[in-house]
Ligand binder design. Structure first.
Ligand code: GTP
Ligand code: MG
Length: 356
């Protein structure tokens, strides 16, 4: 699962990226896309590690890209942004990072700090990039349809759809509002429309603004989560050893680092949940799409387990935490033997029984 940190120049993307990945901050103004595999914090795994004392604990991960900042104020910046945008059609979700922090050493975009304006500009540009894609497709499809090809019916269906999308975008409505059927979604799914991807917003505030609330009503869809964090502070936290970090956070009255909260919120925005296994001394969280059945979950662990699937011996993390031992869960009748069609729940601890 891939996410991309996007934003205008110097909004703090690389600082956030570094706090998530534990890597050094990529230089500001870099034109490269940086990539890191970032663990998804999970307090259940922390608890279970204490409980089972496994040799190894493996967290779920997210593949995270840090993009150079967009600059739409001149033609050079616009063409650089266009090139970058074509690289991110394959990611699963976007994190829009907007600046709110004051820093005299870092001149603000368009000479003023204004998160709402930046968010509007980013959204408009993403939509324009989609409009451009639509225009390119229409041109291509019209050419194809002028010749006798095997894909005539499919091309015609897509052309009609693209024309509908074009009208929708020009009427300043979202692409998703124009998609009426599963079949339509299927036609355009692989094209990577930017505004169809799940999105989350991070407002990067100064250290003294952590309580600040933002209302982006009318600018972004109300369903899009907004996180407030201070990138600089998160980065400093990430540099500390666990004990000092704990002390520092206690002093500041925070329990979970914003970077941790945020990684988790991306995970759920992508529709992911975790099931957990404890096998040969390894405790592990496995990401799956919500709604995955036990057989497909088994395949994540190993194709042999899917092939020889017998039952999924399952209990809930919460029950273990409440009752204190597997024996007590068993006595309470809370260990279930689930079949292939069972829909796996977030926090299920599963022991697959299989035979190959
Ligand atoms: N005071 C303050 N400065 C910050 C904060 N976050 C980032 N900065 C500074 O802002 C500058 C840009 O930060 P980066 O993390 O490189 O921002 P970026 O969005 O990756 O920048 P580009 O990739 O060039 O677009 C650096 O000098 C940071 O030290 C913050 O929360 N507070
Ligand atoms: Mg950067």
């Amino acid at each position: 699962m891939k996410i991309a940190l996007l934003g205008l120049l110097q909004s703090g993307k690389s600082t956030i990226f570094a706090s998530l990945s534990g890597k050094a901050i990529p230089p500001s103004g870099s034109t490269n896309i940086a990539e890191a595999i970032v663990p998804v914090p999970d307090e259940r795994l922390d608890w279970l590690t204490e409980f089972y004392k496994p040799k190894k604990t493996t967290y779920a991960t997210i593949d995270c890209l840090d993009l150079p900042g967009f600059n739409f104020t001149d033609e050079h910046g616009r063409s650089a942004a266009r090139r970058l945008i074509n690289h991110i059609r394959i990611v699963d979700m976007f994190v829009l990072v907007v600046r709110c922090f004051e820093n005299p050493a870092v001149p603000p975009y368009r000479n003023a700090i204004d998160p709402a304006r930046d968010l509007t500009e980013l959204q408009t540009e993403l939509l324009l990039a989609d409009l451009e894609l639509v225009a390119t497709r229409i041109e291509r499809l019209e050419k194809n349809l002028a010749k006798p090809t095997k894909n005539h019916a499919h091309d015609k269906a897509e052309l009609d759809l693209q024309k509908k999308l074009q009208q929708t975008i020009e009427a300043e409505k979202t692409i998703s509002s124009a998609i009426e059927t599963e079949a339509e979604l299927e036609i355009i799914k692989s094209l990577g429309f930017l505004t169809l991807k799940p999105m989350t917003v991070v407002v990067n505030v100064g250290e003294d603004q952590l309580d600040k609330e933002f209302d982006f009503t009318g600018i972004i869809d109300s369903a899009i989560p907004v996180t407030t964090l201070c990138a600089k502070l998160e980065y400093e936290l990430a540099q500390l050893d666990p004990q000092s970090r704990h002390d520092f956070m206690t002093d500041m009255g925070i329990t979970v680092s914003a970077a941790a909260k945020f990684a988790k919120s991306c995970y759920s925005s992508m529709g992911l949940i975790s099931f957990l296994t404890v096998v040969s001394d390894e405790l592990r969280a496995w990401p799956i799409k919500q709604g995955t059945n036990a057989l497909d979950a088994a395949a994540k662990v190993h194709s042999d387990i899917k092939r020889g699937f017998i039952r999924a011996e399952t209990f809930a993390f919460e029950d273990l935490k409440e009752l204190g031992s597997e024996k007590a869960i068993k006595a309470a009748g809370k260990i279930r033997l689930e079949g292939k069609e069972y829909i796996v729940k977030d926090g299920d601890i599963i022991n697959f029984r299989f035979n190959v």
